[in-house]
Design a protein around this ligand. Structure first.
Ligand code: NAD
Length: 364
């Protein structure tokens, strides 16, 4: 998609949401001013703040705004204030509502080890150095949605829990195409993760991914069983480029991979549908540090880079933002969550300003 007037819905949400979104918008505005790209921002309420105002976590006005936007930028939702509410109106329901209404089926989680933060990883530096993985997780199928499901009492009076692992050809093809396209913008290596030796639904997964691969002769496709992948992510994570996998395996592997780099405040995400997409940091609303100007805004700033790459077809500008973040870390700026001795401790706003300054220099 390439056009000159992009509509971006902005939902800051709760807790640290407004603080981190403010910094991410600073970065987007620099791109729009310097590159003469027209970005139109419209703000809406979701989560607990929407509940306080409208009595629901996802008001119609916010959903409509999301549906007519090219991309959605979200901070985070939730907090102790709303924890005693009925599940149907909890802030987190807004996320489910947005995902299902936007038809989102692919969750992208990049995991990148910045050289300056290698110490933050629980793994040894020599293992983490050079990590640059993109995990593409299918989001709408598999055992999370398959039927029959439930817990029933059998004739013997004992309970039996059932879930059904199921994938259709079309569901697999759609996510495989996305993963191959993403691999094309990177190092052209795609690893498909399954358990085809035991599970028939993933035997089909492997067949369909292989079929789709015939249309992408420029991409090297490999397959790996999920248990081996879990092991390899710890043994030698730098071997991976793009990983595509099922909903269940992706849920587990993406959390494992998130820990490789150590800091939750650094990890962005993208959730893609056919028409629009949602960009958000992987962390929550961090109520324990909200309103104190100490939250790390980098995951949200890096989410904005993903937005430029995957929704607005502006890969050069996306890379500039990522480079500006890297240079800011190299210059020694650290929020409290990633602080190391002899570095400059800064707040949310100062970190945003530091990245903005680097970005302006890189663009000029
Ligand atoms: P959390 O991610 O909000 O916080 C976990 C820990 O990480 C906290 O100590 C927090 O201070 C820290 N942290 C998180 N983001 C940070 C950042 N940017 N900079 C520095 N430190 C950061 O998870 P939680 O405490 O389990 O959940 C808090 C609330 O967020 C809950 O209501 C939960 O439901 C909600 N939540 C929302 C989302 C979302 O909006 N996508 C995701 C997860 C949790």
């Amino acid at each position: 998609m390439k056009k000159d007037n992009f509509k971006i819905a902005v939902f800051a949400g709760d807790g640290i949401g407004p603080e981190i979104i403010k910094e991410a918008l600073k970065i987007l505005k620099i791109i729009s001013d310097k590159k003469k790209i027209k970005l139109q921002f419209k703000e809406g309420l979701v989560g607990g703040s929407a509940y306080d105002h409208f009595g629901v976590p996802l008001p119609d006005s916010s959903l409509k705004l999301a549906l007519k936007s090219d991309a959605v930028l979200l901070g985070a939702v939730g907090g102790p204030k709303w924890e005693s509410l009925d599940y149907s109106v909890r802030p987190e329901r807004a996320l489910l509502g947005l995902r299902s209404n936007l038809g989102i089926f692919a969750n992208l989680r990049p995991v990148v080890a910045f050289d300056e933060l290698l110490d933050a990883s629980p793994l040894k530096k020599n293992i983490v150095r050079g990590i640059d993985i993109m995990i593409v997780r299918e989001l709408t199928g598999d055992v999370y949605f398959g039927k029959p499901r439930g817990v029933k009492k059998g004739k013997d009076g004992k309970r039996r829990g059932v879930n059904t692992m199921v994938y259709t050809e079309d569901e697999i093809r759609r996510i495989a195409v996305r993963a191959f396209e993403i691999a094309r913008t990177r190092k052209k290596n795609l690893l498909s993760v399954d358990k085809a030796n035991i599970l028939e639904s993933t035997e089909l997964w492997r067949d369909v991914v292989t079929e789709v691969g015939q249309s992408y002769p420029d991409i090297t496709l490999k397959h790996m069983y999920v248990d081996n992948c879990a092991l390899q992510l710890i043994r030698d994570p730098a071997q991976f480029d793009v990983i595509v996998t099922t909903n269940l395996f992706g849920d587990i592997l993406s959390d494992e991979a998130a820990m490789l780099t150590g800091s939750i405040g650094m990890l962005p995400s993208a959730s893609l549908g056919d028409k629009t997409a949602l960009y958000e940091p992987i962390h929550g609303s961090a109520p324990d540090i909200a309103g104190k100007n100490i939250a790390n805004p980098l995951a949200t700033i890096l989410s904005v880079a993903l937005m430029l790459r995957y929704s607005l077809s502006l890969p050069r500008e996306a890379s500039l933002i990522e480079k500006a973040v890297g240079e800011t870390l190299k210059a020694g700026f650290r929020t409290r969550d990633i602080f190391q001795k002899n570095k400059k401790l800064v707040g949310t706003e100062e970190m945003g300003d530091a990245v903005a300054k680097k970005l302006r220099k890189l663009i000029n």
